[in-house]
Design a protein around this ligand. Sequence first.
Ligand code: SPV
Ligand code: MG
Length: 561
Amino acid sequence: MSETLTVPPVSAGETTNRDAPRPSKNQQFRALLNSDQVEFLLEAHNGISARIGEEAGFKGLWGSGLCLSAQYGVRDNNEASWTQVLEMLEFMSDATRIPIMLDGDTGYGNFNNMRRLVRKLEQRDVSAVCIEDKLFPKTNSFIGGHRQQLADMDEFCGKIKAGKDAQQDDDFVIVARVEALIAGWGLGEAMRRAEAYHRAGADAILMHSSATNADEILAFKREWGDRSPVVIVPTKYYKTPTDVFRDYGFSVVIWANHIMRSAVAAMQEAATMIARDQNLLGVEERIVPVKELFRLQGASELEIAERLYLPEKGAKARAIVLAASRGSELGELTENKPKAMVQVRGEPLLSHIVSTYQSVGVNGVTVVRGYKKDAVQLPELAYVDNDDYETTGELYSLHLALEKAGEQDEALVVSYGDVLFRKYILEALTETEEDFAIAADANWLESVNRYRSADYVRCSMPNSRHAFYSHVTLEEIGEDIAPDETHGEWMGLLKVSKEAVPRLREAVAEICAGPDGRTATVPSLLRVLLDRGEKVRVLYSTGHWLDVDSLDDIVAAGSFE
Ligand code: SPV
Ligand code: MG
């Protein structure tokens, strides 16, 4: 199945479904009944099984009373209320485009209940209902069928008539199910009832049998001829070749409970295995991957719809966090783990950074690991390893991450595993429209420290109220900008629009392939971008970030919220 908007669970965005018009479900079902070949309905009992049936190529589904009851864990004795059945049917109908015939048991009451049932089914786009001539509450035909009492024939005819009168769409189908053979009354009674129901307006007769061969069903069909379409359920006489049904001119064959039974077998096997092994190793390769569930649920349709309908905000970005270096200035704190994993307020630095990203909706975070990479293990992150971290620099790490990610249709934020920043800075950065944007601290003078190298920026204008409303751009970045020309300190954050990501990737690859490429830095990349004529927007802030370079910084990070 294609990954686009092919199958339309209503809940998964009917509004985005613009496929060519197709016959209504009722028309489709009517066509099945009138078709000159034998047609098949597959049992389904919830949304996902309905969808699986449709994908397997079935043209219609059977909402089996037995299996709908079983999936609720109750007996096929009308223990599930008719509205509970209806509710599940709505999910099945929403999940598929093929028609569904409900096994409506005895119609859940008298003619009046039947009328209401028909109206409710039509409202849920269910195309047909089959009712059986037994008494409410019914019992499954294969449980003591011979002892089961049949409905009064005339009363049942009234129910059929009431249903036919209630339907709004001419193509809605009512099938009358004759239980005379099940209850041991023989062919004569079966014929008498089938004829009465036919005259009452039933669109088809379902002749049921619990015999293990098809003799009585075939005898009925011989006698019935083509008075109306005949539907059968060969659960017990499954050995009869389908060609026999074809030759006899049956209209519809229902495979009535096989999806539920196969699901039960698979669930029992998996449950037993997991209970026995107390791990998932054995079971994992026998079951579908989680992404198969996502596919069946129509997750890709939601992604497309989100692109159509959600505002393009900063959230449409992913992040790369460069965290390959040790941070040896922290001494024994980084003996067994890189700086990004040093604890601050009970959590690794990296966790704080990832939380900040997540708080603005940037959930796709890739971390480049290097030094003690095995110590960098946090949930929900993607990892790229720079195993040459000792001889390479941060730009090389970025290069590896960009190459691994391949083509991506999202903006990108690059930051470091040892730089904390406030959420609003990130938010403002991701909302910029420019292809490249960086954040700069205009309070750089406050944090000047002779022992610490920093990347300073010279911009198109210094920070001011006026600058807040202007599009300040970067003119120079480096460690050696004269103090009277310095407008701020780069905070280690770079945003790249989705359109500019390919240009970024190309520039990074080119620098890394050059003579000093393996030890190049992100500021050197910014210089190359400026040389290439790219505009780099600068957002000023005053403080509210922390570059963790020393033990004092670790202490300061403890109160950074
Ligand atoms: C069902 O599937 O619930 C049916 C068919 O009614 S049978 O179980 O054969 O009665
Ligand atoms: Mg049933």
